[in-house]
Design a protein around this ligand. Sequence first.
Ligand SMILES: Nc1ncnc2c1ncn2[C@@H]1O[C@H](COP(=O)(O)OP(=O)(O)OP(=O)(O)O)[C@@H](O)[C@H]1O
Ligand SMILES: [Mg+2]
Length: 172
Amino acid sequence: MRCGPALLPDTRRRSSDGAGPDESRGERERCHAARGTLDIECRILPEPIERPGRPPLNILLEVRDTGVGMDEAVKARMFEPFFTSKEKGKGTGLGLSTVYGVVAQAGGEIEVDSAPGQGSQFRIYFPLAVAEAEETPPPVSAAPGGLETILLVEDEAGVRALAETILKKARL
Ligand SMILES: Nc1ncnc2c1ncn2[C@@H]1O[C@H](COP(=O)(O)OP(=O)(O)OP(=O)(O)O)[C@@H](O)[C@H]1O
Ligand SMILES: [Mg+2]
């Protein structure tokens, strides 16, 4: 999939510890903290989710926590830039709006389940990235030769000789 580095800062670390990524089983990571557990899982879907007029969704990144959860009012605004329920000076309110932007740019979709006291589950779906055709550089056209006189100024003898050779070869 294609996405900027902001979304998955730790996938690289996860894939580098132990056996590395396994497409069929996916990758999982669990973090325990004093206030709950965070589970992150990424896998390729066995059945892609088809969407009319858009590429199918093939990759699922799930982020689940057992934290405080969100009520309907917070859930309705969670992706809003600068919306935060944290106390003044603590949250930027840019976390989820950044996630939303990155996922949208990658052509993905986000589903959220959350309720107060029930934690939050984010399911983030991505399409497979389509490799762009390699750009062929435009052919280098020979420099047009004219009748101009070129004054070559270079104090380094070796460089001067080389420049002269190149210019002569190009019939300039
Ligand atoms: N996993 C979560 N569980 C419960 N509430 C959440 C969760 N993620 C986001 N929210 C709610 O959505 C709001 C906006 O989230 P967002 O990540 O954009 O900003 P923030 O977390 O408040 O600030 P920052 O990301 O800068 O710490 C949060 O203030 C919180 O109310
Ligand atoms: Mg946040």
